[in-house]
Design a protein around this ligand. Sequence first.
Ligand SMILES: *[C@@H]1O[C@H](CO)[C@@H](O)[C@H](O)[C@H]1NC(C)=O
Ligand SMILES: *[C@@H]1O[C@H](CO)[C@@H](O)[C@H](O)[C@H]1NC(C)=O
Ligand SMILES: *[C@@H]1O[C@H](CO)[C@@H](O)[C@H](O)[C@H]1NC(C)=O
Ligand SMILES: *[C@@H]1O[C@H](CO)[C@@H](O)[C@H](O)[C@H]1NC(C)=O
Ligand SMILES: *[C@@H]1O[C@H](CO)[C@@H](O)[C@H](O)[C@H]1NC(C)=O
Ligand SMILES: *[C@@H]1O[C@H](CO)[C@@H](O)[C@H](O)[C@H]1NC(C)=O
Ligand SMILES: *[C@@H]1O[C@H](CO)[C@@H](O)[C@H](O)[C@H]1NC(C)=O
Ligand SMILES: *[C@@H]1O[C@H](CO)[C@@H](O)[C@H](O)[C@H]1NC(C)=O
Length: 760
Amino acid sequence: MRTLVSLLILFSFTVLLPTQTLAAKKSYVVYLGAHSPNTREEVAVNSHHEILGSILKSKEKARDAIFYSYTKEINGFAANMDENEANELSKHPSVVSVFPNKALKLHTTHTWEFLGLQKFYSGEIPDSSLWKKARFGEDVIIGTLDTGVWPESQSFREDDMGPIPSRWKGVCDNGIDKTFNCNKKLIGARYFNKGFKEAGDTSANITDTPRDTEGHGSHTLSTAAGAFVPGASYYGYANGTAKGGSSRARVATYKICWPSDVGGCMDADILAAFDAAIHDGVDVISMSVGGPPLDYYQDSIAIGSFHAVKKGIIVACSGGNDGPLLGTVSNVAPWIFTVGASTLDRYYPSYLVYNGKFVKGMTFSKGLPRPRPYPMINSVNAKAKNATEHAANLCMVNSLDPEKVKGKIVVCLRGKIERMLKGFVVQKAGGAGMIIANDEHYADDIEGDAHFIPAINIGYSDGLELYSYLNSSKSSKGYILCGRTKFGKRPSPTIAPFSSLGPNVINQEILKPDITAPGVNVLAAFSEVANPSDLDYDTRRTPFVFLSGTSMSCPHIGGIVGLLKTLNPSWSPAMIKSAIMTTATTLDNTMEPIKDAFNETATPFSYGAGHVKTKALVDPGLVYDITPKDYLNFLCSLGYNKTMMGIFSGEFSCPSKTIKAEDLNYPSISIASLNGTVTVTRTLKNVGPPSKYNATVFAPKGVSVTVEPAELEFEEFGKEQQFQVTMEANEAEPVKGFTFGSLKWSDGIHHVRSPLVVYI
Ligand SMILES: *[C@@H]1O[C@H](CO)[C@@H](O)[C@H](O)[C@H]1NC(C)=O
Ligand SMILES: *[C@@H]1O[C@H](CO)[C@@H](O)[C@H](O)[C@H]1NC(C)=O
Ligand SMILES: *[C@@H]1O[C@H](CO)[C@@H](O)[C@H](O)[C@H]1NC(C)=O
Ligand SMILES: *[C@@H]1O[C@H](CO)[C@@H](O)[C@H](O)[C@H]1NC(C)=O
Ligand SMILES: *[C@@H]1O[C@H](CO)[C@@H](O)[C@H](O)[C@H]1NC(C)=O
Ligand SMILES: *[C@@H]1O[C@H](CO)[C@@H](O)[C@H](O)[C@H]1NC(C)=O
Ligand SMILES: *[C@@H]1O[C@H](CO)[C@@H](O)[C@H](O)[C@H]1NC(C)=O
Ligand SMILES: *[C@@H]1O[C@H](CO)[C@@H](O)[C@H](O)[C@H]1NC(C)=O
């Protein structure tokens, strides 16, 4: 698997340091009030030149300084200036605010069976499957903001797709890469790198192309909406047909993240991509990128996605890979669909066999040519003359003596350098295989990798036993039995250890993440200039690869959103999100509550409403809807002043009597602090047949909950009904801290469940 550690190496970027030369010019994003209706592009651009020109005392200079004008949905620009100029500009009457341009980071064969869209073994797709009902998402256009795409990947074949929908306004901007072609499946491509270039990272290799050189963007886009590709596997592991969630949807790529030593995805580019994607006509945006949680008015993803949601576009984002610490989840704005990551029931048993023992390990490498015992050697005993024992122990570069290693399985201690690099060192020295033994620090956290040679990672106590056997035995022998692909691991899903957790540190009144989906060892398309180890000298190429992260779980939700949007084209983003949240499950495949990576019962801080489940999505019964105006009222409830509100909507003014933040009609309920009694209001909309629903409450420990009314009748489709939930600390059962429960509305057929989170 692309493990947590290497995933973080590959996809975590430090903040770019802008170059400190030339009077310390830096790049800034400047927000202006909303565009007046039907503003022509030249007029908008000219107004940007005038505004900045008034500060720089020259329209010419302003034209040179501005590298983006946002002219479609978002009104603003990105430009280079020094700090004084930025200060002056922020006082200009047309300017709402000015922010430094900062860097954010990037955060399947079987996954859809696991989610119930097709049958296991036979692969049959039943008529009741959301896939068939929603015609594999064929009416929607799904866009990702990511590292671009590998357009030749089989996942983006056009097959028998019909003409490109006439509503599509996007383009295939291949820049300098004339070999990059779109088709009837991949209908749009754009790249945004001016913000990245202006940040002055000289290590970066930026080419003007939407082509994916890293693989991340091809992986996420094919997970959301890739075509069926039979015969996909990762070096034989997880073999089968690779599939996207909305496999008949059209796709578009917006390349915003660029490879470099420090790397990253810049605010100015992100806003430009949102502005374009909204205008082009995408229906769904899946975005596996984020930074630390920020106030919404300072967060380019929150701002860009708000403009998208205002236009009816659903935005799914990864919650981040900063778990398992509490309060780490990012992309927490209530209009974003925030996704955590969990495991599949697919596993790959692999063993080290020696001295009559089978030791369980992990690998995604090829097996030994013949399953017969090979001589094994402790790498310390294969030390090169000029190397230190320490270096040999860790199998560092040039630390091994080929004479001693030749034809043997070398046992290396984990740590210091990449695991796959150790395999490369052993291979170069002529070794037949490798065992990586964990030290005390890594304990039993074992990782599978596509090693260059047959190799396996084993746990700490198993490693100690092996070392002591090597010490005491004169002719130690053993072999590696590489894994086959197996299914039905119990329990699953479990929460991935890296998945970022709630509470939402920006707004405890909004529970985040919203949902969890598969994000560990997900097989999907890759870039053919990237390699599976991310080591420079790795010349291997693979059209499909395992990656892990919330980056991988997010496009699963993006794909399912595409199906629901095809089924219900008129539904608002909030209705679609509500349906997916209220039908999610909190049970694993043993019918026990979902566990975290440490075998403890997981909470809504890991999974929000639960693990996505597709069965009830065709007919969810009731939904909680939210309008753009509701979100603006919610922002008013946070005490946003006119400046901050102006970033989201120029024309909106907060009502004199604001709502409570907890009263946003969210499909989950979170009380930031229960002192006395709190009452929240929610409204349900019927999207099913006329029906009568009853409320059932599983009260959080230490809290009494009453629902009023506890019975709701929906006489017709579309009918809305309001209810109130009152929560009070239960004096008989005093509790301190976070406590969790749920509220379920049911008519016997539909079950509409919301998590309750209360802090006392
Ligand atoms: C920069 O990237 C291009 C295309 O991705 C590649 O052909 C070229 O070799 C790279 N240059 C360097 C210096 O890495
Ligand atoms: C994967 O490969 C194995 C061994 O070649 C084969 O038995 C199995 O049917 C394959 N599975 C799929 C889903 O193609
Ligand atoms: C040891 O010597 C070899 C051959 O001279 C050289 O390639 C290697 O870099 C040296 N190793 C170390 C750790 O200095
Ligand atoms: C193996 O032997 C080495 C030195 O000969 C010693 O340092 C080490 O502790 C031994 N390991 C075990 C697990 O016995
Ligand atoms: C997890 O905990 C359950 C009890 O809650 C126990 O039965 C099971 O053996 C544990 N699993 C592991 C892998 O420790
Ligand atoms: C709104 O609040 C921000 C941040 O506290 C502040 O910078 C800005 O000046 C305020 N604007 C108004 C109109 O009060
Ligand atoms: C709870 O409310 C009471 C009365 O409104 C107030 O005196 C007290 O400080 C509050 N406690 C907390 C922890 O907020
Ligand atoms: C709802 O509650 C009423 C009154 O308690 C009961 O008669 C009815 O069967 C319940 N309906 C469902 C679907 O549970």
